[in-house]
Design a protein around this ligand. Structure first.
Ligand code: ADP
Ligand code: MG
Length: 434
């Protein structure tokens, strides 16, 4: 019996209705069209390929950059009764053999794989019996140098897809919507940007997350009650006891310092950065995910794998290097749809740190790329405008993603401050006119 997408949604995932964009994307994949879906973090991109994977005969391959992300997804799928597995550097030879055996036997529905493993795994050969109807490129912005997380290994994906016969449907997903990144994905994956029946289906759902409140504080400056970032941070946390939240810092050193500060003040807090060993990172992340510690202080190494629905605030102790990174990190708040706060603690020093990091990453790359440096400095400038400008913060974020919005959202610190001013002037006018 053929499964309907609504039945799969309910039976396997326990959801009653689709979120915006999901149904159209699933329909396009099932109709055999390549897809590029650009949806914000937390929108529910995974279901857009997991449901077709369950409905199509054969094995769906999901290329995903992060081991933690793969593991979480595969465990979640197995809990829902879906035959899924992953191939990455963390699995043992025995697990590898087991996975390949189940592919050969035609039992597996979804295989998550790291891009570095694509060539070695000889998937087309192993899956020849059942076929590969769909290849998913998750976090597809990793293909583009202009995105915030370029990965060289992603460039092998197009060749891999080409090696599969008959040609599978390619479905790419990302939360990054800048025109340059989007063009790169379309070109590098050879998706054709047409919306006729045979061309690729390109869908962008709105980027607005109305439940998120945005705030910028400039400790030590006029208009900010706190004299420095630590005081500002402690003040923010004072009103958010028992809430779960992420505090992002620019460097490992800052993570250690902030973690130490909060620990001494008695907060249930853990930390995450690339300088910690694998086991400790995993333990700390789990402590946070499973609510044993409500707060985590982290560098951006705590990234795409985080799918915790009840994060009630994301505080940036330092300003990130561009708006994409900021929106993606801040967007980890409020995935459950409940009101949540995204607070940026800004200082001029943050701009300096980022300029330094941009220069260093150029020095450390094989070949210096002045265009890329210039591009990254421009993105930094836009981030700085966000932090220092007076207009609606939400509008600034959305216009970065080419999305129109009103100049007043009523749910960001700039709008609320402006609102107070309007009130005051109204009051003043009333007094004058009396
Ligand atoms: P993305 O990859 O777009 O960041 P995910 O696919 O990780 O988002 O989904 C985010 C959360 O939304 C997950 O917890 C998922 O279970 C939930 N979700 C996805 N689709 C639906 C739906 N139709 N109804 C309710 N919850 C959903
Ligand atoms: Mg995702």
């Amino acid at each position: 019996m053929a499964l309907s997408k609504h039945k799969v949604l309910e039976d396997f995932f326990g959801f009653k209705s689709f979120r915006p964009g999901q149904e159209e994307t699933i329909d396009a994949v099932l109709a055999g069209r390549d897809v590029l879906a650009i949806m914000p973090t937390g929108a529910g991109k995974s279901l857009c390929y997991q449901i077709p994977a369950l409905m199509l005969p054969g094995l769906t391959i999901v290329i995903s950059p992060l081991i933690s992300l793969m593991k979480d997804q595969v465990e979640g799928l197995k809990d829902s009764g879906v035959q899924a597995a992953c191939l990455n550097s963390s699995i043992s030879p025995a697990e590898y053999n087991e996975t390949m055996d189940s592919i050969l036997a035609g039992k597996l529905k979804l295989l998550y794989i790291a891009p570095e493993r694509l060539q070695r795994a000889e998937l087309p050969r192993f899956a020849a019996g059942q076929g590969i109807p769909l290849v998913v490129v998750d976090e597809a912005h990793c293909l583009s140098q202009w995105g915030h997380d370029f990965r060289q290994s992603y460039l092998d994906i197009a060749g891999f897809i080409k090696s599969i016969k008959p040609k599978p449907v390619t479905a790419a997903f990302t939360a990054t919507a800048t025109p340059k990144v989007r063009e790169d994905i379309i070109t590098l994956l050879r998706l054709k940007e047409t919306n006729d029946d045979k061309g690729a289906f390109i869908i962008t759902t709105g980027f607005d997350r109305p439940n998120l409140y945005f705030e910028v504080q400039k400790p030590g400056k006029n208009g900010c009650a706190s004299k420095d970032k630590n005081t500002a941070l402690l003040d923010c946390l004072k009103t958010r006891t028992d809430k779960s939240g992420i505090i992002y810092c620019a460097t490992r050193k800052a993570v250690e310092e902030v973690w130490d500060l909060l620990l001494r003040r008695g907060f249930g807090v853990t930390r995450y950065h690339a300088g910690l060993g694998d086991a400790e990172r995993k333990k700390n992340q789990d402590d946070f995910l499973y609510d044993r510690k409500p707060i985590i202080v982290a560098t951006n190494a705590l990234g795409m794998g985080i799918d915790k629905s009840n994060v009630s605030f994301v505080i940036h102790y330092n300003m990130p290097k561009n708006i994409e990174s900021y929106y993606q990190e801040a967007g980890r708040a409020g995935r459950d749809g409940a009101p949540a706060d995204c607070i940026l603690l800004y200082s001029g020093q943050d701009v300096k740190i980022n300029e330094f990091l941009i220069a260093r990453s150029d020095e450390e790359s094989n070949e210096s790329n002045p265009d890329l440096v210039e591009h990254n400095l421009e993105l930094l400038k836009q981030m700085t405008y966000y932090a220092t400008g007076n207009g609606c913060l939400r509008q600034r974020l959305l216009s970065y993603f080419d999305e129109q919005s009103q100049g007043y959202c009523g749910n960001c610190s700039n709008c609320l401050t402006a609102f107070d001013e309007v009130d005051i002037s109204l009051e003043a006018r009333k007094i004058i006119s009396c």
